[in-house]
Design a protein around this ligand. Structure first.
Ligand SMILES: [Zn+2]
Length: 460
Protein backbone atom coordinates (compact mmCIF):
# COMPACT_ATOMS: atom_id res chain seq x y z
CA UNK A 1 0.00 0.00 0.00
CA UNK A 2 1.29 3.46 -0.84
CA UNK A 3 2.97 5.43 1.96
CA UNK A 4 0.87 8.14 3.55
CA UNK A 5 2.12 11.59 2.59
CA UNK A 6 0.36 14.82 3.55
CA UNK A 7 -1.88 14.75 0.48
CA UNK A 8 -2.90 11.13 1.01
CA UNK A 9 -3.53 11.83 4.71
CA UNK A 10 -6.04 14.54 3.75
CA UNK A 11 -7.94 12.02 1.62
CA UNK A 12 -8.32 9.53 4.44
CA UNK A 13 -11.16 9.47 6.92
CA UNK A 14 -10.25 8.46 10.46
CA UNK A 15 -12.25 6.03 12.59
CA UNK A 16 -11.86 5.13 16.22
CA UNK A 17 -13.73 1.86 16.88
CA UNK A 18 -16.00 1.89 19.93
CA UNK A 19 -17.61 -1.47 19.28
CA UNK A 20 -21.03 -3.03 19.47
CA UNK A 21 -23.09 -1.79 22.37
CA UNK A 22 -26.60 -1.91 23.63
CA UNK A 23 -28.36 1.35 24.16
CA UNK A 24 -31.75 2.29 25.52
CA UNK A 25 -34.35 3.21 22.98
CA UNK A 26 -34.97 6.91 22.59
CA UNK A 27 -38.28 6.37 20.85
CA UNK A 28 -40.70 4.05 22.58
CA UNK A 29 -39.55 5.36 25.96
CA UNK A 30 -40.36 8.97 25.27
CA UNK A 31 -43.31 10.17 23.26
CA UNK A 32 -41.05 12.47 21.34
CA UNK A 33 -39.70 10.84 18.22
CA UNK A 34 -37.96 13.82 16.76
CA UNK A 35 -34.79 13.67 18.80
CA UNK A 36 -32.25 11.01 19.43
CA UNK A 37 -28.87 11.69 20.96
CA UNK A 38 -27.34 8.23 21.25
CA UNK A 39 -24.38 9.43 23.30
CA UNK A 40 -26.80 9.92 26.16
CA UNK A 41 -28.08 6.37 25.98
CA UNK A 42 -24.92 4.32 25.59
CA UNK A 43 -24.32 1.69 28.21
CA UNK A 44 -21.60 2.68 30.58
CA UNK A 45 -22.68 6.29 30.37
CA UNK A 46 -25.76 5.91 32.49
CA UNK A 47 -28.65 3.74 33.47
CA UNK A 48 -30.11 1.65 30.71
CA UNK A 49 -33.71 0.61 30.85
CA UNK A 50 -33.48 -2.96 29.58
CA UNK A 51 -37.14 -3.13 28.64
CA UNK A 52 -36.55 -0.88 25.65
CA UNK A 53 -33.37 -1.71 23.90
CA UNK A 54 -31.49 -1.22 20.75
CA UNK A 55 -28.02 -2.28 19.78
CA UNK A 56 -25.64 -0.52 17.48
CA UNK A 57 -22.06 -0.55 16.34
CA UNK A 58 -20.36 2.74 17.24
CA UNK A 59 -17.28 4.57 16.07
CA UNK A 60 -16.15 8.12 16.64
CA UNK A 61 -14.34 10.49 14.34
CA UNK A 62 -13.39 14.10 13.97
CA UNK A 63 -12.34 13.60 10.35
CA UNK A 64 -14.80 12.01 7.93
CA UNK A 65 -14.86 13.11 4.30
CA UNK A 66 -18.28 13.82 2.78
CA UNK A 67 -17.95 11.16 0.07
CA UNK A 68 -17.06 8.62 2.76
CA UNK A 69 -19.98 9.67 4.90
CA UNK A 70 -22.24 9.13 1.90
CA UNK A 71 -20.89 5.60 1.60
CA UNK A 72 -21.64 5.05 5.29
CA UNK A 73 -25.16 6.49 5.05
CA UNK A 74 -25.86 4.18 2.12
CA UNK A 75 -24.82 1.30 4.38
CA UNK A 76 -27.23 2.34 7.15
CA UNK A 77 -24.99 4.57 9.25
CA UNK A 78 -25.77 7.96 10.68
CA UNK A 79 -23.92 10.41 12.86
CA UNK A 80 -24.67 12.39 16.00
CA UNK A 81 -21.89 14.96 16.17
CA UNK A 82 -18.64 13.03 16.15
CA UNK A 83 -20.32 9.75 17.06
CA UNK A 84 -21.16 7.46 14.14
CA UNK A 85 -23.42 4.47 14.53
CA UNK A 86 -25.15 1.70 12.64
CA UNK A 87 -28.02 0.02 14.35
CA UNK A 88 -28.65 -3.70 14.43
CA UNK A 89 -32.18 -3.49 13.10
CA UNK A 90 -32.95 -7.07 14.07
CA UNK A 91 -32.14 -6.40 17.72
CA UNK A 92 -34.07 -3.19 18.20
CA UNK A 93 -37.57 -2.56 19.43
CA UNK A 94 -37.75 0.39 17.01
CA UNK A 95 -35.67 -0.45 13.92
CA UNK A 96 -34.14 2.63 12.29
CA UNK A 97 -34.49 2.37 8.53
CA UNK A 98 -32.44 4.66 6.32
CA UNK A 99 -34.77 6.70 4.17
CA UNK A 100 -34.17 8.80 1.10
CA UNK A 101 -36.28 10.88 -1.23
CA UNK A 102 -35.72 11.17 -4.95
CA UNK A 103 -35.66 14.96 -5.15
CA UNK A 104 -36.46 15.30 -8.86
CA UNK A 105 -39.61 13.17 -8.52
CA UNK A 106 -40.93 14.96 -5.44
CA UNK A 107 -44.58 16.02 -5.57
CA UNK A 108 -45.56 18.27 -2.65
CA UNK A 109 -48.86 17.49 -0.95
CA UNK A 110 -51.55 20.07 -0.43
CA UNK A 111 -50.64 20.71 3.23
CA UNK A 112 -46.99 21.16 2.27
CA UNK A 113 -47.81 23.67 -0.46
CA UNK A 114 -50.10 25.45 1.94
CA UNK A 115 -47.36 25.85 4.57
CA UNK A 116 -45.10 27.62 2.07
CA UNK A 117 -47.88 29.86 0.77
CA UNK A 118 -48.97 30.82 4.30
CA UNK A 119 -45.41 31.72 5.26
CA UNK A 120 -44.94 33.83 2.12
CA UNK A 121 -48.17 35.69 2.86
CA UNK A 122 -47.05 36.37 6.42
CA UNK A 123 -43.69 37.74 5.26
CA UNK A 124 -45.12 39.96 2.54
CA UNK A 125 -48.11 41.13 4.58
CA UNK A 126 -51.55 42.26 3.33
CA UNK A 127 -50.57 45.91 2.79
CA UNK A 128 -47.63 45.01 0.59
CA UNK A 129 -49.59 42.40 -1.35
CA UNK A 130 -52.46 44.81 -2.03
CA UNK A 131 -50.19 47.60 -3.25
CA UNK A 132 -47.87 45.31 -5.20
CA UNK A 133 -50.87 43.83 -7.03
CA UNK A 134 -51.70 47.35 -8.19
CA UNK A 135 -48.16 48.62 -8.89
CA UNK A 136 -46.81 45.55 -10.66
CA UNK A 137 -49.85 43.54 -11.70
CA UNK A 138 -49.55 39.98 -12.94
CA UNK A 139 -50.91 39.09 -16.33
CA UNK A 140 -54.03 36.98 -16.56
CA UNK A 141 -51.95 33.99 -17.78
CA UNK A 142 -49.54 34.41 -14.90
CA UNK A 143 -52.38 34.45 -12.37
CA UNK A 144 -53.97 31.41 -13.93
CA UNK A 145 -50.67 29.53 -13.99
CA UNK A 146 -49.95 30.32 -10.33
CA UNK A 147 -53.36 29.08 -9.34
CA UNK A 148 -52.91 25.66 -10.95
CA UNK A 149 -49.17 25.10 -10.64
CA UNK A 150 -47.05 25.07 -7.56
CA UNK A 151 -43.39 25.50 -8.39
CA UNK A 152 -41.47 24.38 -5.32
CA UNK A 153 -38.25 26.15 -6.21
CA UNK A 154 -39.81 29.51 -6.90
CA UNK A 155 -42.29 29.20 -4.00
CA UNK A 156 -39.65 28.64 -1.31
CA UNK A 157 -37.69 31.68 -2.49
CA UNK A 158 -40.64 33.94 -3.21
CA UNK A 159 -40.63 35.92 0.01
CA UNK A 160 -36.86 36.15 0.49
CA UNK A 161 -36.00 39.80 0.63
CA UNK A 162 -33.66 39.71 -2.36
CA UNK A 163 -36.49 38.33 -4.51
CA UNK A 164 -39.23 40.68 -3.32
CA UNK A 165 -40.15 43.32 -5.89
CA UNK A 166 -40.05 46.79 -4.38
CA UNK A 167 -41.63 49.25 -6.80
CA UNK A 168 -41.76 52.93 -5.81
CA UNK A 169 -44.94 53.58 -3.89
CA UNK A 170 -46.44 56.79 -5.38
CA UNK A 171 -47.99 57.67 -2.02
CA UNK A 172 -44.68 57.73 -0.13
CA UNK A 173 -42.25 58.08 -3.07
CA UNK A 174 -40.24 55.27 -1.48
CA UNK A 175 -39.79 51.60 -2.38
CA UNK A 176 -42.65 49.43 -1.28
CA UNK A 177 -41.49 47.28 1.64
CA UNK A 178 -42.84 43.85 2.69
CA UNK A 179 -44.06 43.38 6.26
CA UNK A 180 -40.88 41.49 7.14
CA UNK A 181 -37.38 41.11 5.84
CA UNK A 182 -36.77 37.37 5.44
CA UNK A 183 -33.34 36.00 4.56
CA UNK A 184 -31.88 32.50 4.37
CA UNK A 185 -28.14 31.86 4.10
CA UNK A 186 -25.97 28.80 4.07
CA UNK A 187 -23.07 29.20 6.47
CA UNK A 188 -20.33 27.08 8.03
CA UNK A 189 -21.30 24.96 11.04
CA UNK A 190 -19.58 27.23 13.55
CA UNK A 191 -21.05 27.83 16.97
CA UNK A 192 -22.39 31.26 17.94
CA UNK A 193 -24.18 32.67 20.97
CA UNK A 194 -27.29 33.37 18.87
CA UNK A 195 -27.44 29.77 17.59
CA UNK A 196 -26.91 28.32 21.04
CA UNK A 197 -29.59 30.50 22.65
CA UNK A 198 -32.05 29.62 19.90
CA UNK A 199 -31.26 25.92 20.31
CA UNK A 200 -31.81 26.00 24.08
CA UNK A 201 -35.06 27.92 23.64
CA UNK A 202 -36.23 25.29 21.17
CA UNK A 203 -35.20 22.28 23.29
CA UNK A 204 -36.71 23.65 26.49
CA UNK A 205 -39.97 24.82 24.91
CA UNK A 206 -40.72 22.33 22.13
CA UNK A 207 -39.10 19.26 23.73
CA UNK A 208 -39.63 20.41 27.33
CA UNK A 209 -36.05 19.64 28.32
CA UNK A 210 -34.44 21.07 31.37
CA UNK A 211 -32.27 24.08 30.62
CA UNK A 212 -29.37 22.48 32.52
CA UNK A 213 -29.11 19.66 29.97
CA UNK A 214 -27.32 21.70 27.36
CA UNK A 215 -24.02 23.55 27.67
CA UNK A 216 -22.34 25.34 24.77
CA UNK A 217 -19.78 22.56 24.45
CA UNK A 218 -22.51 19.87 24.09
CA UNK A 219 -24.30 21.93 21.48
CA UNK A 220 -21.01 22.42 19.68
CA UNK A 221 -20.19 18.73 19.81
CA UNK A 222 -23.53 17.64 18.37
CA UNK A 223 -24.47 20.26 15.85
CA UNK A 224 -21.30 22.23 15.11
CA UNK A 225 -18.70 19.52 14.54
CA UNK A 226 -19.77 17.56 11.53
CA UNK A 227 -18.12 16.01 8.54
CA UNK A 228 -15.34 17.87 6.71
CA UNK A 229 -16.51 20.95 4.87
CA UNK A 230 -15.44 22.22 1.46
CA UNK A 231 -14.98 25.03 0.69
CA UNK A 232 -14.12 25.79 4.30
CA UNK A 233 -15.46 29.31 4.00
CA UNK A 234 -17.83 30.91 1.55
CA UNK A 235 -16.46 33.57 -0.73
CA UNK A 236 -17.90 35.07 -3.90
CA UNK A 237 -15.51 33.07 -6.06
CA UNK A 238 -16.38 29.68 -4.59
CA UNK A 239 -20.08 30.36 -3.91
CA UNK A 240 -21.11 28.35 -6.98
CA UNK A 241 -18.87 25.39 -6.23
CA UNK A 242 -20.78 22.32 -5.05
CA UNK A 243 -20.72 22.48 -1.29
CA UNK A 244 -19.86 19.40 0.69
CA UNK A 245 -19.69 18.68 4.40
CA UNK A 246 -21.50 20.06 7.40
CA UNK A 247 -23.37 23.35 6.97
CA UNK A 248 -25.96 25.49 8.75
CA UNK A 249 -28.84 26.95 6.80
CA UNK A 250 -29.74 30.03 8.82
CA UNK A 251 -33.17 31.70 8.65
CA UNK A 252 -33.34 35.35 9.73
CA UNK A 253 -36.43 37.46 10.15
CA UNK A 254 -35.90 41.21 10.37
CA UNK A 255 -32.24 40.49 11.13
CA UNK A 256 -32.95 38.06 13.96
CA UNK A 257 -31.98 34.38 13.76
CA UNK A 258 -35.22 32.37 13.95
CA UNK A 259 -34.27 28.92 12.65
CA UNK A 260 -31.24 26.79 11.83
CA UNK A 261 -31.22 23.67 9.71
CA UNK A 262 -28.13 21.53 10.17
CA UNK A 263 -27.27 19.82 6.88
CA UNK A 264 -24.70 17.26 5.78
CA UNK A 265 -23.98 17.81 2.11
CA UNK A 266 -22.67 14.74 0.32
CA UNK A 267 -21.77 14.32 -3.38
CA UNK A 268 -25.16 12.80 -4.24
CA UNK A 269 -27.33 13.84 -1.36
CA UNK A 270 -28.44 16.36 1.22
CA UNK A 271 -28.89 14.84 4.66
CA UNK A 272 -31.00 16.67 7.19
CA UNK A 273 -29.31 16.38 10.58
CA UNK A 274 -31.52 18.58 12.73
CA UNK A 275 -33.62 21.68 12.66
CA UNK A 276 -34.36 24.03 15.53
CA UNK A 277 -36.41 27.19 15.47
CA UNK A 278 -37.82 29.91 17.63
CA UNK A 279 -40.94 28.45 19.33
CA UNK A 280 -42.70 31.79 18.80
CA UNK A 281 -42.98 30.78 15.15
CA UNK A 282 -44.23 27.27 15.78
CA UNK A 283 -47.53 27.95 14.01
CA UNK A 284 -45.68 28.31 10.70
CA UNK A 285 -44.63 24.64 10.67
CA UNK A 286 -40.88 25.00 10.36
CA UNK A 287 -40.51 21.24 10.03
CA UNK A 288 -42.37 21.46 6.72
CA UNK A 289 -40.83 24.76 5.62
CA UNK A 290 -37.31 23.52 6.19
CA UNK A 291 -37.88 20.12 4.55
CA UNK A 292 -39.38 21.75 1.45
CA UNK A 293 -36.56 24.26 1.26
CA UNK A 294 -34.04 21.44 1.54
CA UNK A 295 -35.70 19.47 -1.28
CA UNK A 296 -35.51 22.64 -3.39
CA UNK A 297 -31.88 23.10 -2.36
CA UNK A 298 -31.14 19.51 -3.48
CA UNK A 299 -32.71 20.21 -6.87
CA UNK A 300 -30.95 23.53 -7.37
CA UNK A 301 -27.52 22.24 -6.46
CA UNK A 302 -27.56 18.88 -8.16
CA UNK A 303 -27.85 16.56 -5.19
CA UNK A 304 -30.17 13.80 -6.45
CA UNK A 305 -31.31 12.58 -3.03
CA UNK A 306 -32.68 14.15 0.11
CA UNK A 307 -32.22 12.14 3.31
CA UNK A 308 -34.60 12.90 6.16
CA UNK A 309 -32.71 10.67 8.60
CA UNK A 310 -34.01 7.41 9.94
CA UNK A 311 -37.55 6.22 9.52
CA UNK A 312 -39.13 4.32 12.39
CA UNK A 313 -42.37 2.78 11.22
CA UNK A 314 -43.64 2.10 14.74
CA UNK A 315 -43.13 5.70 15.81
CA UNK A 316 -46.18 7.79 15.00
CA UNK A 317 -44.21 11.01 15.17
CA UNK A 318 -41.95 9.79 12.37
CA UNK A 319 -44.71 8.84 9.96
CA UNK A 320 -44.72 12.40 8.60
CA UNK A 321 -41.53 11.55 6.71
CA UNK A 322 -43.51 9.16 4.55
CA UNK A 323 -45.58 12.17 3.43
CA UNK A 324 -42.65 13.36 1.35
CA UNK A 325 -42.86 11.09 -1.67
CA UNK A 326 -41.36 9.13 -3.35
CA UNK A 327 -39.39 7.71 -0.43
CA UNK A 328 -37.10 4.72 -0.62
CA UNK A 329 -35.91 2.53 2.24
CA UNK A 330 -32.47 0.97 2.45
CA UNK A 331 -32.74 -2.81 2.61
CA UNK A 332 -30.80 -3.65 5.80
CA UNK A 333 -29.19 -6.72 4.25
CA UNK A 334 -28.62 -6.06 0.55
CA UNK A 335 -28.07 -2.27 0.89
CA UNK A 336 -30.42 -1.73 -2.06
CA UNK A 337 -33.37 0.68 -2.11
CA UNK A 338 -37.05 -0.26 -2.07
CA UNK A 339 -40.06 2.05 -2.40
CA UNK A 340 -41.63 2.69 1.00
CA UNK A 341 -45.10 2.34 -0.44
CA UNK A 342 -46.83 -0.92 -1.21
CA UNK A 343 -45.35 -4.25 -0.17
CA UNK A 344 -42.75 -2.85 2.20
CA UNK A 345 -45.20 -0.62 4.10
CA UNK A 346 -47.66 -3.51 4.40
CA UNK A 347 -45.00 -5.78 5.84
CA UNK A 348 -43.81 -3.12 8.28
CA UNK A 349 -47.37 -2.95 9.62
CA UNK A 350 -47.11 -6.58 10.68
CA UNK A 351 -43.50 -6.95 11.94
CA UNK A 352 -40.74 -4.54 12.95
CA UNK A 353 -37.87 -6.04 10.96
CA UNK A 354 -38.28 -6.35 7.22
CA UNK A 355 -35.68 -7.03 4.56
CA UNK A 356 -37.36 -7.57 1.22
CA UNK A 357 -34.18 -9.12 -0.20
CA UNK A 358 -34.18 -11.67 2.61
CA UNK A 359 -37.88 -12.39 2.13
CA UNK A 360 -37.28 -13.04 -1.55
CA UNK A 361 -34.30 -15.30 -0.99
CA UNK A 362 -35.94 -17.22 1.84
CA UNK A 363 -39.13 -17.91 -0.09
CA UNK A 364 -36.93 -19.28 -2.82
CA UNK A 365 -34.81 -21.29 -0.41
CA UNK A 366 -35.98 -22.96 2.79
CA UNK A 367 -36.94 -21.65 6.20
CA UNK A 368 -33.54 -22.63 7.58
CA UNK A 369 -31.94 -19.69 5.81
CA UNK A 370 -33.37 -17.27 8.37
CA UNK A 371 -31.21 -16.11 11.23
CA UNK A 372 -31.21 -17.97 14.54
CA UNK A 373 -33.68 -16.46 17.01
CA UNK A 374 -32.41 -13.89 19.45
CA UNK A 375 -31.51 -15.36 22.85
CA UNK A 376 -32.21 -12.63 25.39
CA UNK A 377 -29.96 -14.27 28.00
CA UNK A 378 -26.85 -14.03 25.85
CA UNK A 379 -24.89 -10.86 26.34
CA UNK A 380 -24.10 -10.00 22.74
CA UNK A 381 -21.68 -7.27 23.76
CA UNK A 382 -19.24 -10.01 24.73
CA UNK A 383 -19.60 -11.91 21.47
CA UNK A 384 -17.74 -11.30 18.27
CA UNK A 385 -19.77 -9.25 15.83
CA UNK A 386 -19.37 -12.16 13.44
CA UNK A 387 -21.40 -14.41 15.74
CA UNK A 388 -24.24 -11.91 16.10
CA UNK A 389 -25.19 -11.93 12.40
CA UNK A 390 -25.90 -8.23 12.38
CA UNK A 391 -27.65 -7.43 9.08
CA UNK A 392 -25.73 -5.45 6.49
CA UNK A 393 -22.20 -6.14 7.72
CA UNK A 394 -19.53 -8.25 6.06
CA UNK A 395 -19.14 -11.87 7.09
CA UNK A 396 -15.93 -13.19 8.60
CA UNK A 397 -14.91 -14.67 5.25
CA UNK A 398 -15.56 -11.39 3.46
CA UNK A 399 -13.41 -9.53 5.98
CA UNK A 400 -10.62 -12.08 5.67
CA UNK A 401 -10.60 -11.42 1.92
CA UNK A 402 -9.83 -7.72 2.54
CA UNK A 403 -6.27 -6.52 2.89
CA UNK A 404 -6.39 -5.71 6.60
CA UNK A 405 -2.64 -6.25 6.98
CA UNK A 406 -2.02 -3.02 5.09
CA UNK A 407 -4.87 -0.98 6.51
CA UNK A 408 -3.54 2.29 7.88
CA UNK A 409 -3.33 2.81 11.60
CA UNK A 410 -2.77 6.24 13.07
CA UNK A 411 -0.49 5.53 15.97
CA UNK A 412 0.66 8.47 18.11
CA UNK A 413 0.39 10.81 15.12
CA UNK A 414 2.17 8.51 12.65
CA UNK A 415 0.64 6.27 10.01
CA UNK A 416 1.72 2.66 10.22
CA UNK A 417 0.13 -0.52 8.88
CA UNK A 418 -1.60 -3.23 10.87
CA UNK A 419 1.07 -5.72 9.92
CA UNK A 420 3.57 -3.53 11.81
CA UNK A 421 1.82 -4.34 15.09
CA UNK A 422 3.63 -6.82 17.28
CA UNK A 423 1.84 -10.16 17.19
CA UNK A 424 -0.67 -9.07 14.51
CA UNK A 425 -0.23 -12.20 12.42
CA UNK A 426 -0.94 -14.52 15.34
CA UNK A 427 -4.14 -12.78 16.42
CA UNK A 428 -7.54 -14.16 15.46
CA UNK A 429 -10.15 -12.25 13.45
CA UNK A 430 -13.02 -13.57 15.54
CA UNK A 431 -11.55 -12.94 18.97
CA UNK A 432 -13.45 -9.83 20.05
CA UNK A 433 -10.94 -8.76 22.70
CA UNK A 434 -7.89 -8.81 20.45
CA UNK A 435 -6.73 -5.84 18.42
CA UNK A 436 -7.29 -7.84 15.26
CA UNK A 437 -10.81 -8.72 16.37
CA UNK A 438 -11.59 -5.05 17.00
CA UNK A 439 -10.14 -4.04 13.62
CA UNK A 440 -11.95 -6.84 11.79
CA UNK A 441 -15.30 -5.78 13.28
CA UNK A 442 -14.72 -2.18 12.26
CA UNK A 443 -13.88 -3.34 8.72
CA UNK A 444 -17.03 -5.46 8.60
CA UNK A 445 -19.28 -2.54 9.48
CA UNK A 446 -17.48 0.11 7.38
CA UNK A 447 -17.32 -2.04 4.25
CA UNK A 448 -14.54 -2.58 1.68
CA UNK A 449 -14.34 0.91 0.17
CA UNK A 450 -13.73 2.64 3.48
CA UNK A 451 -11.12 0.12 4.51
CA UNK A 452 -9.17 1.30 1.45
CA UNK A 453 -9.78 5.00 2.12
CA UNK A 454 -9.48 5.35 5.87
CA UNK A 455 -7.19 4.92 8.80
CA UNK A 456 -7.96 3.51 12.21
CA UNK A 457 -7.20 5.47 15.36
CA UNK A 458 -6.21 3.35 18.35
CA UNK A 459 -3.99 3.64 21.42
CA UNK A 460 -3.65 7.37 21.81
ZN1 LIG B 1 -38.05 1.34 21.05
Amino acid sequence: MQPVDAERARQLSLFRPLGYQRNSCGYCKSDDGSQYFPHLTLTGLGHVDTSVLGASYFTSSVAVRPEHYEELVNRGWRRSGTLYYKQNLQRSCCPHYTLRLEASAFQPRRDQRKAVNRWNKFILGPAYMRKAARLCPRSREEKKHRKCHFNLRSAVHESEYSNVKRPIDPATKRPLEPAHRFEVNIEGDSVSQAKFELFVKYQTTIHREDVSRWKVKDFQRFLCSGIKRSPASLTKSNALEKKLGSWHQCYRLDGKLIAVAVLDLMPSGVSSVYVFYDPEYEQWEFGKLSALREVAFSLENDYPYYYMGYYIHSCQKMRYKANYKPQYILDPESNTWDPLDGELAQKLDTRPYVSLSRDQSSTAATESSTNPPFEPDVNEEELSLFDIHMPGVLTLDEVKALDLDHWHLLFHGTFVEMIDLVGWEDMRFDSPQSVKGIIAELAAVLGPRLVRDSAVVLFD
